[in-house]
Design a protein around this ligand. Structure first.
Ligand SMILES: Cc1cc2nc3c(=O)[nH]c(=O)nc-3n(C[C@H](O)[C@H](O)[C@H](O)COP(=O)(O)OP(=O)(O)OC[C@H]3O[C@@H](n4cnc5c(N)ncnc54)[C@H](O)[C@@H]3O)c2cc1C
Length: 387
């Protein structure tokens, strides 16, 4: 790895920071409070070419790697947009990766140029009421229609951005029974056609500008060419995208931590209690310094994971470690930022409660901290599998 300054990365940081500066904390608080998707912000990011940064150049994208994607998401989150901003773009930015890797030409030619232009919103439908961590339990079925196509029925939960999205990358069962392993699962890029899909937002703690939804599929017709990759290999195709997703998540998490620390340091330098600034108390300054160190450490591991992925090296250990470290560091930083603000930390006006609600999510989704630890225990350390 090269630790010297990278002019390309510095240019990305400068340009994305400039776009994000147009959308202040008040904008994000309003989107969050009103549960309103940040359309203006999305349009500005698309116009700058940032939404298509990871799509191959032959389809009109930026052809950049995961490191650059993580950098973009990090700067969005660090601006104060947190996950309301970063997850507004990341599914289009990277959600179509299985299509890039395994999709047929018709799928790629039809959808990737529109994704690269920021003109295609994409949702991701894996989780179901009885199949979260254990994906082998998926019951949503795709059955052949006898004419080369498929009919999909079932219920997904937590499909983020389903209300805004035209298409959804959907994992459905084409063969076998729930709990029999992963072999019967197949990936499709389906239309979220309201005639056959009933979509409802799930009320939740935070990141309220980007709704996550329950989606009921009622005999949705899907043409044969909308299958992504091979029948029965859907879980394998999604697995391919899990490491990059963890790396991107780590980039976002570090950004939320940065935003929280910026607010905390500002407040600790200003607020006077007992006739002195609260930042002079080590009970305030030491946790903030610790958060700074931990965020830096997580960022370094994230960079190594991204570098390994972009150079075609095995990166499971690093991607899982980065996701784990960044989620912990981000939440610790947000929690300390709230503590530093005292009672005002709990007031919406100071924004740290919004960061805190969003940082908490990182420890649960898209993969829980427990599952990253399971990965390291089993695959890196050779401990027995717990499930
Ligand atoms: C805001 C939000 C957005 C989301 N967006 C999407 C999306 O766009 N698309 C999508 O498909 N999904 C999405 N998800 C779902 C998310 O990926 C799941 O919530 C997550 O994978 C955990 O699954 P679960 O909620 O079913 O938890 P469960 O599987 O019920 O697990 C519950 C708890 O038990 C723990 N646990 C289970 N088994 C073990 C074990 N063997 N060892 C140790 N601990 C274990 C888990 O870590 C977890 O803490 C989203 C979730 C949220 C909250």
């Amino acid at each position: 790895m090269d630790y010297s300054p990278n002019p390309d990365h510095e240019a990305i940081v400068e340009a994305v920071d400039k776009v994000c500066a147009q959308f202040d904390d008040a904008y994000w608080s309003r989107c969050d409070a009103e549960h309103e998707f940040p359309w203006d912000f999305y349009a500005a990011m698309a116009e700058g070419g940032w939404v298509g940064i990871a799509i191959p150049e032959e389809y009109g994208g930026g052809g950049q790697g995961i490191m650059e994607g993580a950098l973009v998401l990090n700067r969005i989150a660090a601006s104060g947009a947190a996950m309301n901003g970063s997850t507004a773009v990341h599914l289009t930015m990277f959600g179509l990766n299985p299509v890039v890797k395994f999709g047929n030409d018709q799928l790629k030619d039809t959808f990737l140029p529109r994704a690269a232009a920021g003109d295609l919103h994409v949702a991701f439908g894996v989780t179901e009421p009885d199949a979260g961590t254990d994906t082998s339990r998926i019951t949503t079925r795709a059955v052949e229609d006898g004419m080369g196509g498929w009919i999909v029925s079932g219920r997904k939960i937590w499909s983020s951005k389903a209300l805004e999205s035209e298409v959804c990358l959907l994992l459905a069962r084409t063969d076998g029974e729930p709990g029999e392993g992963f072999g019967g699962l197949t990936l499709f890029l389906v239309d979220l056609d309201e005639e056959y899909c009933d979509i409802a937002a799930i009320p939740k703690v935070g990141r309220n500008a980007v709704a996550s939804c329950e989606v009921a599929y009622d005999e949705l017709p899907v043409e044969g060419w909308r299958m992504v990759g091979e029948r029965g290999r859907g879980f394998h195709h999604i697995l391919h995208g899990l490491n990059p997703e963890r790396i991107l998540l780590a980039g976002m998490a570090c950004g939320i931590g940065e935003a929280a620390l910026r607010k905390a340091v500002g407040y600790a330098n200003e607020r006077e209690v007992f006739g002195r600034r609260i930042g002079a108390n080590q009970a305030i300054s030491h946790p903030l310094a610790k958060a700074h160190i931990e965020l830096n450490a997580a960022w370094q591991v994230m960079k190594e994971a991204a570098w390994r992925y972009d150079n075609g090296l095995e990166c499971g250990e690093h991607a899982n470690s980065a996701k784990y470290l960044a989620a912990e560091a981000s939440y610790f930083a947000a929690d300390q930022a709230m503590q530093t603000h005292g009672g005002l930390g709990y007031a919406s006006e100071y924004h740290v409660e919004r960061y805190w609600r969003e940082a908490r999510l990182q420890r649960i989704a898209p993969v829980s901290q427990e599952m990253t630890l399971n990965y390291i225990a089993q695959n890196v350390m050779g401990l027995p599998r717990s499930y």
